[in-house]
Design a protein around this ligand. Structure first.
Ligand code: SMG
Ligand code: MG
Length: 366
């Protein structure tokens, strides 16, 4: 494939409501989009790095810099996305930047040959069940209103963000209001330490599907200890940046479920490897989210249609995030989103909308 150039485009997308987690509050999603242009087609990749390095060490300006200086320059001469991914390997880390570029190359490659992401990745379904991630709120009544709205929209699973001081009471209130049949889980974004094990074990009485990333990103050993001290299954998010990390976590007993986020692990090819590894070990996976626009969502929904993705993902409809998405919106139908069937991502940005939200654009000719 002959890549003629790459565009780095920054957009700013106001969220419909602030999203608060244990590490900060998002009100506008600043996104870096990567567009790869080849002789036959063009492809898009959405970088999931946030504006500030709070979820992980990566951030949007840093991703743009490493793409510009080191990653985009390796593209000439690469035959396909797999080769491009291998060529980026000598540069350490920066997985979100790598994922965005590899995804854009893969999209261009698949569009050129008329194959969808779902078909390429090995999707076994044409729609996926969806959950929603609910931020930390100022009060329990406010949280119950928000959850009521999502349940009425048809979301099949609710995830509550927790932190010290906002855990047992909100979880208890949601469980009491919606009953034991509601699929419910929590996400701490690394806000606790092993010294909180006794407190965290009190979550066991609420019949949660899982507790996501309770402890520090780099602490598999302590997660393994915590797993022995509570009944609720431990799911890792931030800790898993590659298939090798997933293998280590599984063999240590640090988790029994994995949140797969393609951006966090360096792309959809590595995400698929993690899916295969987990499936071979009987470890459930589900697809996480990073407040993606329709471009990132399209690829995530395709990934979530693989057979090992047995739990509903954080693949919510566009309206949960944005009043106007940059693609035609993903709309929940009976709690599910359809897997795009068109070539590549199967969705395109709407030019006028993309123009309106664009902050800057830079063309790098190759
Ligand atoms: O895309 O619906 C979404 C967000 C899901 O909670 C979500 N993501 O740790 O899983 C997580 C967070 C990370 C991003 S929070 C700004
Ligand atoms: Mg998480």
């Amino acid at each position: 494939m002959k890549i003629t150039g790459v565009e780095l485009r920054r957009i700013a997308m106001p969220l419909v409501a602030p999203f608060r987690t244990s590490f900060g509050t998002e009100t506008t999603r600043e996104v870096l989009l990567v567009r790869v242009v080849t002789a036959d087609a063009e492809g898009w990749g959405e970088c999931v790095a946030m504006a500030e390095p709070r979820y992980s060490s990566e951030y949007a300006d840093g991703a743009a810099d490493v793409l510009r200086r080191f990653l985009i320059p390796v593209l000439p001469g690469q035959a396909d996305a797999q080769a491009a991914g291998r060529a980026m390997e000598p540069f350490k880390g920066h997985r979100m930047a790598k994922a965005a570029l590899e995804t854009a190359v893969l999209d261009a490659q698949l569009r050129a040959r008329g194959e969808s992401f779902g078909s390429f990745l090995g999707a076994s379904r044409d729609r996926v069940p969806c959950g929603v991630s609910v931020g930390i709120m100022d009060s329990v009544p406010e949280l119950l209103d928000a959850v009521t709205g999502y349940v009425e929209e048809g979301y099949l699973r609710i995830k509550l963000k927790i932190e010290p001081g906002w855990d047992l009471a909100p979880v208890r209130a949601v469980r009491e209001r919606f009953g034991e049949d509601l699929l419910l889980q929590v996400d701490a974004n690394a806000a606790y330490t092993l010294a909180d094990a006794h407190h965290l074990a009190r979550l066991d009485e609420f019949g949660l599907l899982l507790v996501e990333q309770p402890l520090a990103d780099d602490d598999l050993v302590q997660h393994a200890r915590l797993a022995k001290l509570m009944r609720t299954p431990i799911c890792l998010d931030e800790s898993i940046e590659s298939a090798a990390h997933a293998a280590a976590a599984i063999s240590l007993g640090a988790c029994s479920i994995v949140n797969v986020k393609p951006g966090r692990v360096g792309g959809y090819l590595e995400a698929r490897r993690i899916h295969e590894l987990c499936r071979a070990h009987g470890v459930a996976v589900w697809c996480g989210g990073m407040l993606e626009t329709g471009l990132g969502r399209a690829a995530n929904v395709a990934l979530a249609a693989l057979p090992g993705f047995i739990l509903p993902g954080d693949t919510s409809g566009s309206g949960r995030y944005y009043a106007t998405d940059i693609t035609p919106p993903f709309v929940l139908d009976d709690g599910h989103l359809p897997v795009p069937a068109g070539a590549g991502l199967g969705v395109d940005p709407v030019p006028e909308i993309l123009r309106e939200v664009t902050v800057s654009a830079e063309w790098i000719a190759l």
